[in-house]
Design a protein around this ligand. Sequence first.
Ligand code: PLP
Length: 448
Amino acid sequence: MDMKPQHDSAISRRDFLATSSGALLASALANREVLAAENATAAKLALDGGEKAVKQVFRSPVRWGAPERERLDALLGQEALFYWKGPQTALLIERFRKICPAKHIMTCSSGTAALHIAVAAAGIGPGDEVITSPITDIGTVIGVIYQQAVPVFADLGADTYNLDLNDVERRITPKTKAIIAVHLAGNPCDMTALKALADRHRLVLIEDCAQAWGTRYRGEPVGTIGHISCFSLQNAKHVTCGDGGIVGSNDERFGPLLQRFGDKGFDRLKSSGLFESFATNYRMSEPQAAVAAAQLERVENIAAQRARLGNSLTRRLEKFPCVLPHGVGAEDRCSYWFYMFRLKQDSVRCDRAEFVKALSAEGVPASAGYIPVPLYRNPIFLNHGFFNGRWPIREFGLTAMDYGNVNCPEAERILQTGIRVTIHEAMTDEYIQSAALGIEKVARHYAA
Ligand SMILES: *Cc1c(COP(=O)(O)O)cnc(C)c1O
């Protein structure tokens, strides 16, 4: 099986130089490049008509090919395309177990579906509170709200962008039933501390691994420490089948319920035909499973390459006092769904918009922030209008939540000062080094 990163530059220029006979010449060339690079940071900004720091063309990764075609060919020989007893679904589950060893697994239609199945299986119901991050995809909390439960937003670490343990603890009440830990951008949450906190308060710990394919927490794959873990196969994620999701659990209280909560409440092992649970249809079909099964074989290379590139960017940015690099634990592997550093507003003579404009002019694939506002600042939360303009649990007095009063100051500042840099597996070290150079050049120029 071909496990190489799928990009057409089969061999980078650096690899070529390193493997060619002229190794001495190569190192001389490399030194000259470094010197030229050092000079470049003092040079005129591309924004002001200077030379661009990033000269390589931005190449998008090739995301699918022969392995996916092979699976789809096999699929067309099948008599049925339904998930239950489907060979593609079985293969997807088998391959998923190698990434995230879970006894009970349900494939489903999206990451949002996986999270809804998880909270339903966890027994989250009307008025229950679920603590989670305000900087995430809205899919993290959609299932919570559909279960008539209450998302409670906790603040985040300044550079990890993940849940701040102390703030989570402060927000625990007698109504709290679960925590959803979002491994934002593929950076693992502090799972040991979160698990201890959850156990101490008898809370269900759900992991939102939608952005964390291939992520490791202290050497362990994410999704294995919490009680239930959820993954997304949406098109923008590390691996995809267009849309899809997977939910898994090793906990005997919740694991056996995952299938029915993704399948209209129907327990296919019992097949009595009688409904004992209420749920919607979140099933994933065989064509999606076929593509997803092939995609899972790519996870390790994608995550390893992104981790390498992101960490090398951090090593460069650490030297610059006006930026705060993406904070990743020394024993962890972040699979950088994106890289985000923060601008220290007091240490620069420009605003973020200008800084980003200058970066873009240098050819650095950067953009300001992530989502525009924390989830609780969206109109739907401020209006409490989830169900046709109404929120029954509030009207019935099951919650007094007022999202207009929620404030997570660090999360707000993260979104105001964050600068996102695209990282993907088809990028070369050379490319990332030149992007780092572009950031250094702009940082030097605007340093206060
Ligand atoms: C993408 C995403 C989801 C939702 O996944 P979908 O497949 O788009 O429904 C949930 N949480 C996070 C953190 C995500 O990035």
